[in-house]
Write a protein of this length. Structure first.
Length: 490
């Protein structure tokens, strides 16, 4: 519903009922928290389910193939934000797209819990990937819609929203890891399904707080074109299935395939937006400014998302997880980053609020985040060469703390930036572009992990770390030009 049709909307946008933010942020905070509980809870045990032996409850797939699958799945989650954003902008609106996507996620987790073998993996991951893509793009867009242009609370609001995400990300791997180690993998997947069900329940109860925000698509698709798009969608599914049956698409190459698809989708998306006659010269300049930020974001996520590939393998095979004679599950390592996020997200949000217009520019935040991410990978080097299960937990905890600082400098800021730079008619789809950078980085994390093993740790961590630092330096040098293109957006 537009502002002209809802006289209460301005009041809701200026309300400060949730930690100084609009009250509707609490509902979006809740649904994203439970979705992240299910997402990270499932992803925390997924890699081990794929490469653990059948005797240990897994599927016995090779480690390299398993990391490729995890990287491809993670990349597809963010790649599918294109579809979710398109549906939101042209058919359902952001709010209904979010709700239906949550239901699809829940069905995916149920499939993983009840269907055995690779069949369950295939059905489950496809449902979760496309459902998460639809939910992620729309939730972020709806958060952006809570604020007027120039509202200094925006970055702080996104940081609070991001803290909610990490409450779910903290608890998810702890509970699913415990369930997997004591009952079995399918019990862990069932817990993820329950988490998403709780998220949908709380969202339904508090849905009215949005007061029409995101209720209608900003660029509705004419009814006479809908059947054509349905046919295109069906043809795409049939094409993918045919390639899979013919052996063209196989598990070993999945992450590389997703990388290629993401690059193609990104180029097309930028071209469609930049050549549109429905955007202004100022909006076009802002889209150009987003291009180097997209590249920096993709590089950042190609390192950060190795938490679920390289770092997951490291936690299983290289980390000393013995505490007073008890060995904790390797999945619990993935809760360290959310703990740090919960501790420091509020501090970062407060700092941005206090500094106001004096805070570092967005390009400089991106440069710092990418650089710190590279330093984190270099910090693995002193622990290299110690043999199986010898790396200290405190050492990995320190590295994941660096991950956290880098993440808080780039991820919530990037979400906020995508809504600030978005042309009016490509509002949700600009958010999808930011998620495409995560898709590219996540798929790259799966491919990069294939080059890691304990015998080449030093060259691997050196190459990856220095590469990320180099990109951070380039963004810092280019920051004045990027700010100029942003046309007044901070």
């Amino acid at each position: 519903m537009s502002e002209t049709l809802d006289p209460q909307l301005d009041e809701k946008k200026t309300s400060r009922g949730f930690f100084g933010q609009p009250l509707a942020l609490s509902n979006l905070f809740g649904v994203e928290m439970w979705e992240r509980f299910s997402f990270y809870g499932m992803q925390g045990i997924l890699l081990y389910y794929l490469y653990y032996s059948v005797a240990d409850g897994g599927l016995g797939i090779s480690q390299t193939t398993a990391t490729s699958i995890v990287g491809a799945y993670g990349g597809t989650v963010y790649l599918s934000t294109i579809l979710g954003a398109w549906i939101a902008d042209r058919i359902l609106g952001s709010e209904r797209t979010l709700f239906y996507s949550g239901g699809l996620i829940m069905l995916g987790h149920i499939a993983l819990a009840v269907l055995p073998g690779l069949g369950g993996v295939g059905v489950g991951l496809v449902c979760v990937a496309f459902g998460s893509g639809g939910l992620k793009a729309t939730a972020t867009s709806l958060v952006g819609d809570l604020y007027e242009e120039g509202d200094d609370r925006r970055d702080a609001g996104f940081s609070i929203f991001y803290m909610g995400i990490n409450v779910g990300a903290l608890v998810g791997p702890l509970l699913t890891g415990w369930a997997q180690s004591t009952i079995g993998f399918h019990a862990g997947f069932a817990l993820a399904a329950i988490g998403m069900a709780l998220g949908l329940a709380q969202y339904t109860i508090g849905r009215k707080r949005l007061h029409g925000i995101g209720a209608t698509p900003p660029n509705p698709l004419p009814r006479d074109q809908r059947s054509r798009w349905i046919l295109i969608g069906v043809a795409a599914v049939v094409f993918v299935v045919a390639l899979s049956l013919a052996g063209v698409i196989n598990a070993d190459d999945l992450s590389n395939i997703v990388i290629g698809l993401t690059i193609v989708a990104t180029v097309i998306y930028f071209l469609v937006i930049l050549t549109s006659k429905r955007i202004t010269a100022v909006e076009r300049s802002r889209v150009y400014a987003f291009i180097p930020m997209f590249i920096a974001s993709a590089v950042f996520w190609s390192l950060f998302q190795q938490q679920f590939t390289t770092v997951a393998v490291y936690a299983d095979q290289r980390l000393n997880r013995n505490v007073l004679g008890w060995e904790f599950p390797p999945t619990w390592v993935q809760s360290l980053n959310p703990v740090f996020i919960i501790i420091f997200a509020g501090i970062f949000a407060t700092a941005w609020t206090k500094l106001g217009h004096r805070q570092p520019s967005t390009p400089m935040k991106f440069a710092a985040g990418t650089t710190i991410m590279g330093i984190a990978f270099l910090a693995f080097i002193p622990m290299s060469g110690g043999g199986a299960n010898s790396a200290p937990v405190l050492g990995l905890a320190g590295i994941l703390l660096l991950f956290t600082f880098a993440e808080l400098l780039l991820s919530p800021v990037g979400l906020s930036l995508s809504t600030k730079l978005a042309p009016k008619v490509f509002h949700t789809q600009m958010v999808a572009l930011f998620f495409l950078s995560i898709a590219l980085g996540t798929a790259m994390a799966g491919t990069l992990a294939g080059y890691y093993n304990e015998n080449n740790e030093v060259p691997y961590f050196t190459a990856v770390g220095l590469g990320s630092i180099a990109v951070g330096v380039i963004i810092a040098v280019a920051a004045p030009k990027i700010k100029q293109l942003m046309k007044g957006v901070h």
